[in-house]
Design a protein around this ligand. Structure first.
Ligand code: 13P
Ligand code: SF4
Length: 368
């Protein structure tokens, strides 16, 4: 079944037997099933998930941590992944054949991952090869399809996450003269700029026009940024920063590197989800913070640090709508299906694709 069919089908899937339950009844049922399945069941949850879901996660982490725990877990038969589609694919690639990865709602995609498909990538690679010969190594943010990870693996490259992007870009530039960074231009640009690469040595690959956007001598190009972005993190703006600086001059501003270069430059600190959590945890009581990342995480950090003054950098909060597709009813429905041997939304990456993608993931996992 194609992804579109899966998505259309999953819209109608929740049965009345789940939808008519109260929140307490659903929570009780999830607890019962977790107890019954014991270590046969494993529920990883990304930091951006809702509280109603995260309360049942066996482990909570950022993309890198969740990839690492998936790779280590050999015991669970069912991995019910509370995150988005590319994370569930990564878990399937890194786990054994007899382990089944389930995504509670197939609509939990990632708009950034959708901004690069394998056909565009192969077309881009051919054209870039004509321009630069064999001087490019591909790196892909884990927020990408399994097919792109496989392409990157086949071409000697690696995956990166926001926690290890500096390390991986440095490694890649030791391998080849230039990198193609997919699909998040902002993480690529922010990382390369931190490593001292001037913006004048970064080009942009436009996958719609199938062309490289760069002014100057081609020889100068060190980093080719795929023209993709996160629609959640692009909602944090320079104007938001100016407002915070005006209203709360003492406030520290910390943002995720999926934000634009201008926002990152004007912030005090930037780093991965894990970095943001640790920085706020280690900050002195009474300190004040504006955070530029996904809403569920910001709200959780606010609730956990009542001794600090914390706000979202954007007053409208910026939820990731696709992450929010995973809710308590979908989690319960997935677990009921397991108990009833009626598996739905199983994420199974094609074997050949998985074999190539694992090279890209392994090149990252051995370096972190
Ligand atoms: P990290 O979990 O790597 O911080 O990435 C954030 C994100 O946008 C996940 O989709
Ligand atoms: Fe994708 Fe952005 Fe949502 Fe992360 S926050 S899943 S990158 S759309």
């Amino acid at each position: 079944m194609g992804l579109l069919e899966e998505i259309t089908k999953s819209k109608k899937e929740l049965p009345e037997s789940v939808l008519t339950l109260s929140q307490e009844e659903m929570e009780m049922r999830v607890k019962e099933i977790k107890k019954k399945l014991g270590t046969k069941l494993f529920i990883p949850g990304h930091h951006y998930q809702k509280d109603e879901v995260i309360q049942f996660a066996d482990t909570v982490g950022d993309s890198l941590q969740l990839a690492q725990v998936s790779a280590r877990n050999t015991e669970a038969e069912y991995i019910v992944f509370c995150g988005v589609h590319f994370m569930a694919e990564t878990a399937d690639i890194l786990t054994k054949e007899n382990q089944h990865v389930i995504l509670p709602d197939m609509r939990a995609g990632c708009s950034m991952a959708d901004m690069a498909d394998i056909y565009q990538t192969e077309k881009a690679w051919r054209k870039l090869g004509e321009l630069f010969g064999d001087t490019i190594i591909p790196l892909t943010y884990v927020n990408s399809t399994a097919a792109i990870k496989a392409f990157v693996g086949e071409n000697g490259g690696a995956t990166v996450t926001s926690s290890n992007a500096h390390k991986m870009v440095k490694w890649a530039l030791g391998e080849k003269e230039r990198i193609l960074f997919l699909p998040d231009q902002h993480l690529g640009r922010n990382t390369a700029a931190d490593l001292g690469i001037p913006l004048s040595e970064m080009g942009i690959w436009d996958p719609i026009k199938n062309e490289l956007q760069f002014e100057g001598e081609l020889e100068k190009v060190k980093v080719i940024l795929w023209k993709g972005h996160c629609s959640v993190h692009e909602n944090f703006t320079v104007k938001n920063i100016e407002q915070v600086r005006k209203n709360y001059p003492e406030m520290n501003i910390i943002v995720h590197p999926e934000c634009t270069r201008e926002v990152v430059e004007k912030s005090d600190l930037n780093g991965s989800t894990k970095y943001i959590i640790e920085t706020i945890s280690n900050a002195p009581s009474g300190s004040s913070w504006a955070i530029g990342t996904e809403m569920n995480l910001v709200q959780r950090i606010i609730a956990q640090h009542k001794d600090k003054h914390i706000i979202s950098l954007n007053p409208y909060m910026c939820p990731c709508l696709t992450m929010n597709r995973i809710d308590l009813p979908h989690l319960l429905w997935s677990l009921e299906n397991i108990v009833n041997n009626n598996f739905q939304n199983v994420i199974k990456v094609d074997r050949q694709v998985a074999e190539n993608a694992v090279h890209a993931l392994d090149r990252m996992l051995i370096r972190v």
